[in-house]
Design a protein around this ligand. Structure first.
Ligand code: GTR
Length: 326
């Protein structure tokens, strides 16, 4: 009898050990971000991971691959489409060719203020643009702040469009961004983010455009010390998931993931504001000059891009609806 019981317990133990990994092992989702670990987007992803782990009792976790560990943005987008990486945090610009709707919030001088941008992107129009990702193998989850992008060069302060004439300006890999620079009389040089610092220090490019936190984080301010606040676009960041992976999840897990992404947004915005201030202080302390600029002549020259890049009636209508948001 005792021997039979002993065998029984041994059987139970083997079955439990066999089941344990299945029970305990949840799902570790991977997410790629180009920025360094202390950057607000990466911090927000870590917060999202914490929310996910807490709410699923450790069954769903997020492994954040920051600092371009999985490659440049365009590569990580392709990886996500294939399901090789589960999520990507990327700026809207590298999506411009793939998801035409992303062109609209990237258009120059579209948003009147950060408040206007938040109102649009937090509302039905932002949701409509996130939904558009699904036709391209991705599921849009949330937007993160990215401030406004401005021009900086190694040679001179950009105060008016004429200052850009003939300069080689690095842009994101987006036809719209190339055209923006062309419209101002400069020569666009599309480069991945990770190549910009070398481009600036070797003189392959004379300048670039970005928000102040990226200008500081990537060290561009050391070589290109003139930053003129043109604030020509406020294209936000986006967090998207591989549709292949998404479709394999239960509806409960899908809801939990979307909610954790969106719940990381308010903190991200606070961190973003703080980072904009601290980065500005750091670049100025590091010797860079940051100056206000009259934006009107820039906006005027870039205006024809609306007809060119939002010629499609649906995109034109989306532009109109964005502008109508009070
Ligand atoms: C940053 C953005 C990155 C990347 C980079 C760039 O502002 O956060 O995702 O798009 O700009 O210029 O490539």
């Amino acid at each position: 009898m005792a021997r039979r019981l002993g065998l029984w317990w041994r059987f139970v133990a083997v079955v439990l050990v066999g089941l344990a990994p299945g029970l305990a092992s949840g799902r570790e989702l991977s997410v790629a971000d180009t920025h360094v670990e202390d950057y607000p987007t990466v911090q927000a992803l870590k917060l999202m991971g914490k929310l996910l782990a807490d709410r699923s009792q450790g069954r769903l976790t997020l492994k954040v691959y920051h600092s371009r560990q999985l490659g440049e943005e365009k590569e990580t987008i392709r990886q996500a489409q294939m399901g090789a990486v589960d999520l990507v945090r990327v700026n809207l610009a590298p999506f411009n060719e793939l998801v035409p709707e992303t062109v609209v919030p990237s258009l120059p001088f579209l948003f009147r203020s950060v408040q206007h941008m938040h109102k649009v992107m937090d509302g039905p129009l932002g949701a409509e643009i996130l939904k558009a990702f699904e036709r391209h193998g991705l599921v849009g989850l949330a937007y993160y702040d990215s401030g406004a992008r401005s021009f900086y060069t190694a040679k001179k302060m950009i105060q008016q469009p004429a200052d850009l004439a003939g300069l080689r300006i690095r842009v994101q890999q987006s036809p719209l961004f190339m055209a923006m620079v062309e419209a101002l009389g400069a020569i666009p040089v599309p480069l991945a983010y990770g190549q910009v610092q070398v481009g600036l220090s070797t003189g392959v490019v004379d300048g670039a455009e970005n928000n102040i936190p990226s200008y500081q984080e990537a060290g561009h301010f050391r070589t290109a010390g003139y930053y003129g606040l043109t604030e020509h676009t406020m294209a936000p960041e986006v967090l998207a998931m591989s549709k292949k992976v998404w479709d394999g999840l239960s509806p409960e897990d899908q809801i939990m993931i979307r909610k954790a992404a969106q719940d990381s947004v308010p903190m991200m915005r606070r961190w973003w504001q703080e980072r904009e201030e601290s980065s500005r202080t750091m670049v100025v302390r590091g010797g860079a000059m940051v100056e206000e600029v009259d934006k009107k002549p820039f906006a005027l020259l870039m205006r024809p891009l609306y007809d060119r890049f939002a010629a499609d009636p649906d995109l034109k209508d989306l532009v109109r609806r964005v502008q109508a948001v009070e």
